[in-house]
Ligand binder design. Structure first.
Ligand code: URA
Ligand code: SF4
Length: 223
């Protein structure tokens, strides 16, 4: 719940700069009060990467380390993502990496010593979506990958079920008009793999995750 000093405006769009570009948006996002998540985070974490990237990756929200660094995917999930990109032969320079929600949502651990990830709710996802849609318009990539349910649902709607579309390229109806509509492949979030306690299940899930990146690599090579 927002505290009395934590005022919100209801939408990231209320904080857009007059002149829209990736750097001006990234700067404006630092002052975003679209939802209450800015009140308890250290940094806003805007997307990063090439403006002409052929592949845009959308995660859920920054984690503890991303919040401290102000950069996306620099913690444990980021390391797994980097390993997987490398294994699939995808150059990091061909990728733009961002998140559905730009501030870290967390709750204190039972001992109060650590900040534990807390899933963003629909209000927060919707409030933050305007940043993501502008990134999509400006980068306009031919390929789009969503990591996990939050990213997929932010772009494809609440009823999207990843299990029904595994390893599939979709032609999504995005909530934004792009001159050439991208293909979208929805995959799982790397943190879901890191959390699996059973080694055999984790190895199998990693294989499926890598398969998605290999499919994307093949598509990138055919562009
Ligand atoms: N998880 C995400 O979804 N995004 C990040 O930037 C880091 C972890
Ligand atoms: Fe703004 Fe998004 Fe941060 Fe909410 S999470 S304050 S909408 S940047």
């Amino acid at each position: 719940m927002p505290t009395p000093t934590c005022e919100t405006t209801g939408s990231a769009a209320r904080h857009f700069p007059r002149r829209i570009s990736l750097p001006t948006l990234a700067k404006a996002a630092q002052k975003c009060r679209g939802c209450s998540l800015y009140c308890h985070a250290t940094h806003v974490v805007f997307g990063e990467g090439s403006r002409t990237a052929k592949l845009l990756l959308v995660g859920e929200q920054p984690g503890d380390q991303e919040d401290r660094a102000g950069q996306p995917f620099v913690g444990p999930s980021g390391r797994l993502l980097d390993e997987t990109l490398l294994a699939a032969g995808i150059e990091r320079s061909t990728v733009y990496v961002t998140n559905a929600v730009k501030h870290f949502k967390w709750k204190p651990s039972p001992t109060g010593k650590r900040r534990l990830h807390s899933k963003p709710n629909w209000t927060e996802i919707a409030a933050c979506r305007p940043w993501l849609l502008e990134e999509l318009k400006l980068v306009a990539p031919p390929l789009l990958m969503t990591l996990g349910a939050t990213a997929a649902q932010s772009l494809l709607g609440k009823s999207f079920k990843l299990t029904q579309h595994r390893h599939e390229f979709l032609i999504p109806e995005l909530p934004v008009h792009l001159p050439s509509p991208p293909l979208l492949l929805a995959t799982v979030h790397p943190s879901s793999l890191l959390r699996m306690p059973d080694k055999a299940a984790r190895d199998a899930a990693r294989k499926e995750f890598l398969k998605d990146f290999q499919l994307v690599a093949k598509k990138l090579a055919s562009l």
